[in-house]
Design a protein. Structure first.
Length: 202
């Protein structure tokens, strides 16, 4: 989040039409969307305004795309309002906020990052994220999965399968094994703690 805000401040300190300002706003937009739903860099690079990313006239943004790796549709649904606000700044490029829907309609059918028919290279989003926070985009997916595993190893496999867009339970097989190990380790620690308390009272 700090990096995202830093990119928006960087963009605001530059002339709005410069490539540097556009890149800073695009990087902030990538970070915002991937905080809401971490996607693969190849997918992020190809999203189109009006297809994958849709802005409703009331200001809500929705995200739905076909994953390149699996061919499976990933439904992120309505994005967080804070993410929508960053997307508005990205497409507006310092235009007045009241023009957000009109600008979206002007860009309908364009790539959401390049604002042209052709997308940037598939690794472009990952490179921008790495430049901003020190890790590539794919690592955000791994970090989200690891956080969920440590927080609730029993429920994590199901939640991560939805979050990361795994088409089948087999796709996250190694991850499910890690979750089972984490849950077993946590259970064993709890049993040991109970026994240690009992032994202390003897």
């Amino acid at each position: 989040m700090r990096a995202l805000l830093g990119k928006l401040e960087e963009a605001n300190g530059l002339p709005a039409w410069t490539a540097e300002a556009e890149t800073a706003r695009a990087t902030a937009a990538i970070l915002a969307v991937c905080m809401n739903d971490p996607a693969r860099t190849g997918d992020v690079a190809t999203w189109t305004l009006g297809e994958a990313l849709v802005r409703e006239p009331v200001g809500r943004w929705r995200l739905r795309w076909r994953q390149g790796k699996t061919g499976h549709w990933k439904e992120a649904g309505e994005l967080w309002p804070e993410v929508g606000a960053v997307l508005d700044e990205h497409i507006l490029g310092c235009r007045p906020r009241r023009h957000a829907q009109r600008r979206f309609e002007e860009l309908r059918g364009c790539n959401w990052l390049s604002f042209a028919d052709a997308p940037y290279a598939s690794r472009w989003p990952s490179e921008k994220v790495r430049n901003a926070i020190g890790v590539p985009l794919h690592d955000l997916r791994t970090l989200a999965a690891d956080y969920l595993r440590m927080h609730d190893p029993v429920a994590a496999p199901r939640i991560v399968a939805v979050l990361l867009g795994h088409r089948t339970q087999e796709a996250g097989g190694e991850y499910r094994v890690l979750c089972a190990e984490t849950a077993a380790q946590r259970g064993w620690r709890e049993i040991r703690a109970i026994h240690a308390q009992g032994a202390g009272r003897v």
